[in-house]
Design a protein around this ligand. Structure first.
Ligand SMILES: Cc1cc2nc3c(=O)[nH]c(=O)nc-3n(C[C@H](O)[C@H](O)[C@H](O)COP(=O)(O)O)c2cc1C
Length: 201
């Protein structure tokens, strides 16, 4: 850990992650906060999909989704998840593994209410990950929800956040001739101290 400097410097991995994301926001054309979220199903079969990382807190990463989606069922069953975010323009990635809990209180309400009206109504209309008969059926559902919910729909009870509290975070940056830099932060539980290792590329 002694030679950790430059973009890897600091004693708080969440602060480093925030700084890297801010750098990505300057460069990436679309969705610099996109993460590939990985879960496993009841049979141990891995699954992955993109979601948007909405908050980097002092001890956690937060994203929002439908609590009846495939990912939500996998998270609720397993209690753990991993994600990777990769910025092609920066040639950097961050990998995270940890335990997951719901954020379905006032913070979720606040985020839901910050979204556009169409997105808020869309959350009500979509039975995410369930079969859909046709595009027309979804459009009709949105129209119906719009008529019943009006201009200030409340957050659906089946929609909210998940908070990933990591026990492992890895910062990776491209190096010449594939001699990349990797620093892995690990701790036994969310309340333990971090230990940092430099890893071979
Ligand atoms: C760039 C990008 C961002 C996305 N962000 C979200 C998100 O924040 N929340 C979400 O539920 N789905 C998001 N999606 C859709 C998911 O990838 C996925 O299709 C959906 O959540 C259903 O996944 P599941 O069936 O595994 O639950 C996003 C897709 C892309 C490509």
């Amino acid at each position: 850990m002694s030679d950790r400097s430059g973009i890897f410097a600091g004693n708080d991995p969440f602060s480093i992650a925030r700084t890297w994301l801010a750098a990505a926001e300057e460069k990436e054309i679309n969705d610099p906060n996109a993460i590939a979220l990985s879960t496993v199903d009841e049979d141990g079969m891995p699954n992955a999909r993109m979601v948007l990382l909405k908050e980097i807190e002092n001890n956690a990463f937060v994203f929002y989704t439908n609590y009846d989606s495939t990912k939500a069922h996998e998270i609720e069953h397993c209690g753990k998840a991993a994600f990777v975010m990769h910025w092609k323009t920066l040639r950097r990635q961050i990998r995270v593994r940890g335990t997951v809990t719901r954020e379905d209180g006032i913070q979720a309400d606040a985020y839901y209410n910050s979204r556009s009206l169409k997105s808020r109504l869309g959350a009500w209309a979509s039975k995410q990950s369930k079969p859909l008969e046709s595009r027309g059926a979804l459009v009709a559902k949105v129209a119906k929800i719009t008529a019943t919910k009006g201009l200030s729909p409340e957050r659906p009870p089946f929609w909210g956040g998940y908070r990933i509290v990591p026990t492992e975070i890895e910062f990776w940056a491209d190096g010449d001739y594939r001699l990349h830099d990797r620093f892995q932060w690990r701790r036994d539980t969310a309340t333990h101290e971090w230990a940092v290792l430099r890893l071979n590329p």
